[in-house]
Design a protein around this ligand. Structure first.
Ligand code: SF4
Length: 136
């Protein structure tokens, strides 16, 4: 099937992966991000808490790519389901450090939130946190 890959402009630099859509393709599906507590390292803190595949680096990485690829919206990042996928994600950077393929979901999440709030209102909690950080 000749699917045209959307070209997505980003604030972050994903040129090392040939763009933000290709960055998730680094995942080889090995499942090393599903390590249990006691297995050493940190990857992935949210998966270790829930033992649910949806909270693994692998799942978030692949869902991210899938949603952005099939979206028909002008802002392809305008996706509430993807916001929910990232809600329990802790940007520990353990994936970037410990994933053998250097999948970096923290950078994907940061870019996603930046783009998502271009067309959606920021929740009050984020504004309050941002305000608190500026006054401290
Ligand atoms: S995210 Fe990394 S550790 Fe997890 S399955 Fe993909 S390549 Fe393996």
């Amino acid at each position: 099937m000749d699917r045209e890959e959307p070209v997505l402009k980003t604030l972050g630099d994903f040129s090392g992966s040939l763009g933000i859509l290709r960055a998730p393709e680094k995942c080889n599906g090995s499942g090393d991000c599903r390590k249990s507590v006691g297995a050493g390292g940190t990857l992935c803190p949210s998966y270790r808490a829930t033992k649910d595949e949806k909270d693994s680096t692998r799942a978030r990485d692949n869902v991210f790519r899938a949603f952005l690829t099939v979206s028909l919206k002008e802002n392809k990042f305008d996706n509430k389901e993807l916001l929910d996928v990232f809600d329990f994600f802790l940007p520990s950077k353990a994936c970037a450090a410990e994933c053998l393929s250097n999948v970096d979901v923290a950078s994907l999440k940061a870019e996603f939130l930046y783009q998502y709030y271009k067309t959606n209102k920021r929740p009050l909690r984020s504004k309050l946190m941002g305000w608190q950080c500026t006054v401290d």
